[in-house]
Write a protein that binds this ligand. Sequence first.
Ligand SMILES: [Zn+2]
Length: 347
Amino acid sequence: MKLQSAARLANARPGHAMHKALRLPAIVLAAAMASALLPAATGTAHAAAAQQKTQVPGYYRMMIGQLEVTALYDGYIDLDPKILKYTSAREVQSLLARMFVESTPGMQTAVNAYLINTGRSLVLVDTGAAACFGPTLGRIGDNLRAAGYAPEQVDAVLLTHLHGDHACGLAPNGQPAFPNATVHVDKADADYWLSEANAAAAPKEAQGLFAMARAAVAPYQAANRFHTFNGGNGTEPIPGVRALPAYGHTPGHSGYLLTSGKESLLLWGDIIHSHAVQFRRPQVAIEFDTDSHAAVITRKRILADAAKGKLWVGGAHLPFPGLGHVRRDTAGYTWVPAEYGPIRTDR
Ligand SMILES: [Zn+2]
């Protein structure tokens, strides 16, 4: 195969590629001789470079009009493909394979949060999982600092919902991580997750989720910094940020829409958990949904709106940084990720 493609390349660009192909063995030979001879000649061994095995800091920045948006990486969790509903194991495997997503030990699923500097205030949308779901998560604080900010500078935290992978970062170890921030969430989510009666009535395996939500907001409630809003068209929990009800995944699950100039960014929370499966098949739901049927209706509506409005999207569980666009195709939707680049101010 390699020889054939080298020959094709050589035929296509005889002057250049053929010359290179012919020279290659000599270069390889020279390199081999050099590595064999150099240590003996100089008397100093040249050790192989150690692999670094560290990753770049988990933040990515871009402008949406005049808003500075910084995606923050909390980490990842491996999800079992079996938790996807309204599909078959066979369909899931083929959609994962199509996008080269491995399913063992699970589908690697990012947890992202978004920090918006409006120029007047610093707003964090979601806070990551802290220690609630194990050691592969809980990096929001480190990455916020790596991005040049301090947790004390955050003026407001907007939660898309009260699941632990979005809310636990509010109060690791019971202490407020953002001591100067007010915290905002849709009233329907607060009513559901903070209710003692709901917690008591929940199946045993779900009770942890209620406990996490209550522990996360407790220090902010105690300091009178916890606020709920009534989701509905036009609701602005803080000036300039519109809440968009996206109920289903949880009773008050909300997106946040920020607009500056001609550009809008929709931070949509948990509209998509599996990018490989759900853009193509929006009707596929996940076991974590409080109401999967409503979640599917919401997903279809939000995907259609995002594609039609050509909105920038930020997704809590899209591959980091989770920023990009949604395109409608004949076979569903396609995720078009943002291209890495500098902060552009010339357009
Ligand atoms: Zn989530």
